[in-house]
Design a protein around this ligand. Structure first.
Ligand code: FEO
Length: 173
């Protein structure tokens, strides 16, 4: 048995959190889409796909480790926002929470001397650093631009290649 019951349960919970993040980012993307901000919308649809991929990485690990996959109920995402800043702030808060969740999983893997789990979780730890940094950057831009300046944020994101995969990246998701 490669997974203790406790670690297996915690991984199942994380599958739920990652699918939850995916749904939340779909809701945020739709909010931007409705507001005629297509680049921000594409950016969040893309984030939603990445979160689904994170969930699937955990699913694969649980299955490969001969654990029991039990996906928990996923809470409904929030769909209404008063501003772009509020939506991006929610995303950053979410990423910070996920970082704590991944850290807690790593603490458990270390405590159990589960080196395979540690190896899998290392990838998520690096990923969280990248996701928090890019979300913080986006929040800074949106905050500075204010509602009236969101089109400038859109042009900047488009120039930087965010908000839409370039050709070749599109297939990798
Ligand atoms: Fe999978 Fe952005 O946390």
């Amino acid at each position: 048995m490669l997974l203790s019951a406790e670690l297996n349960n915690a991984l199942n919970e994380q599958v739920g959190h990652e699918f939850g993040a995916s749904l939340q980012y779909v809701a945020i993307a739709a909010y931007f889409d409705r507001d005629n901000l297509p680049v921000l919308a594409r950016h969040f649809y893309q984030q939603a796909t990445e979160e689904r991929d994170h969930a699937m990485r955990f699913v694969k690990f649980i299955v490969d480790a001969d654990g029991n996959l039990a996906i928990p109920a996923i809470p409904a995402p929030r769909s209404q926002f008063s501003s772009a800043q509020e939506a991006v702030q929610l995303s950053l808060d979410w990423e910070r929470t996920v970082t704590q969740q991944i850290n807690a999983l790593m603490d458990r893997a270390i405590k159990e001397n589960n080196h395979i789990a540690r190896n899998v979780l290392e990838w998520f730890i690096s990923e969280q650093l990248e996701e928090m940094a890019s979300m913080e950057l986006l929040l800074g831009m949106v905050r500075r631009a204010g509602d009236a300046g969101l089109l400038l944020v859109e042009s900047h994101l488009a120039r930087e290649g965010l908000g839409g995969p370039s050709e070749g990246e599109a297939e990798n998701g």
